[in-house]
Write a protein that binds this ligand. Structure first.
Ligand SMILES: *Cc1c(COP(=O)(O)O)cnc(C)c1O
Length: 377
């Protein structure tokens, strides 16, 4: 039997929710299920405002609009991330400044940020890789000192915390993803988390094509009109209905993923002690969500061979990001701050193992295939 890298988990309640949305006859955005998802997110993250979007990409684009980034403004971010982290700002003409990551957490190295700040720097966009938080205290201190916004790409971070604070609510704005490959899913989907009331109303307007439609529906204004720039960032109710079923079980899904992650972590201990791999490192003030179990191999050749050996035994393991600073559009639009040595090394040596709810019964086979492959490298 093939073990895929990911298999979307369904709670079993998605279709009945969709039937209910269908029966409600309200299929565009911001109906009953969207409100339910907003309420869940606000209760569980303590964000001042949570707004569903059609993707994390869209939520990041909203963050770039909300912070009024202008052509030539600079945004400090890691290069070891998904393209949307950079694209959202590049769409506004802003310049991504790529800073290296920490060798332990693979997150933006806070010790390198200050040297990358210029008079044009407007924001720091952090990425919580594998659902493990960046050092948000240190990054918050730097941002306050230099008057910068902090935007969190928390695409992988739902149900994770930093010093008990949910990821996505520590910086000014946070973006979650509900893409099929994430922990909690709706096919495509995302949310913008707004920490302070200051951004809340404008976020609503930008999400609704630059209109004050939301205020109109609440009876706060007597007509709705074009008041700001904006776009259509909201999902329809079918998507929200699906997502609502998932959010209802977010805690149980996270627990099951954590149990699988823990089994990987214990299995890999022996190989780490023999110097064959390195396991993920989770700082003690971070509670993670088992979004991913990765291992770092000694070099690119061994990583390539490892993935190949697993494939020969029908186990799908995958590598991750090609660094943005050396990608064609990254070279054209961004700038690397110094040598991104850790980024380049991790990009060559990281492998992500299958991890999805329901994998339990096949995990022993994954261990034996992966263990044999590691012995052969
Ligand atoms: C998945 C992911 C995204 C994109 O999420 P979408 O919902 O597909 O737009 C952005 N950033 C990171 C770090 C991701 O992992």
């Amino acid at each position: 039997m093939k073990v895929p890298f990911n298999r979307p988990y369904m709670t079993g309640n998605e279709l009945s929710n969709i039937a209910e949305a269908h029966a409600n006859g309200h299929l565009s955005g911001d109906g009953a299920f969207t409100k339910k998802c907003h309420a869940w997110l606000e209760a569980n993250t303590h964000a001042n405002r949570a707004l569903l979007t059609h993707s994390c990409t869209a939520a990041l684009e909203m963050a770039a609009l909300l912070t009024d980034l202008k052509p030539g403004d600079e945004v400090i971010m890691p290069s070891f991330t998904f393209v949307s982290t950079a694209n959202a700002f590049v769409l506004r003409g802003a310049v991504p400044i790529f800073v290296d990551i920490r060798a332990d957490t693979l997150n933006l190295d806070e010790r390198l940020i200050e040297a990358a700040i210029t008079p044009r720097t407007k924001a720091i966009c952090v990425v919580h890789y594998a659902g493990v938080s960046c050092d948000m205290d240190a990054i918050g201190d730097i941002a306050r000192k230099h008057g910068l916004y902090v935007i969190e790409d928390a695409a992988q971070g739902i149900c994770s915390t930093y010093k008990n604070q949910p990821l996505g609510t520590i910086g000014d704005l946070g973006a979650l993803s509900f893409h099929e490959t994430k922990n909690i899913i709706s096919g495509e989907g995302g949310a913008l988390l707004v920490r302070d009331p200051e951004f809340g109303e404008r976020a609503e307007i930008i999400r609704e094509k630059g209109t004050n439609r939301s205020r109109f529906f609440r009876g706060q204004v007597d007509k709705y009109t074009w008041v700001d720039q904006g776009s259509s960032f909201l999902p329809g109710e079918i998507t929200a209905a699906f997502l609502s079923a998932q959010l209802d079980q977010a805690e149980a899904i996270t627990e099951r993923r954590l149990a699988l992650w823990q089994r990987y972590y214990e299995w890999a201990q022996e190989y780490e002690s023999r110097g064959l791999i390195r396991r993920p490192i989770v700082p003690s003030d971070c509670k993670h969500n088992a979004h991913m179990f990765y291992m770092l191999l000694p070099d690119l050749e061994k990583r390539t061979r490892f993935i190949q050996l697993l494939r020969e035994h029908d186990v799908q393991a995958v590598f991750h990001y090609i660094p943005l600073h050396s990608a064609p559009h990254g070279l054209k639009t961004g700038r690397a701050h110094g040598d991104l040595i850790v980024t380049d090394r991790v990009s060559d040596t990281l492998v992500r193992m299958p991890l999805w709810v329901g994998l339990d019964s096949q995990l022993d086979r994954v261990f034996s295939v992966a263990g044999e492959a590691l012995e052969k490298l």
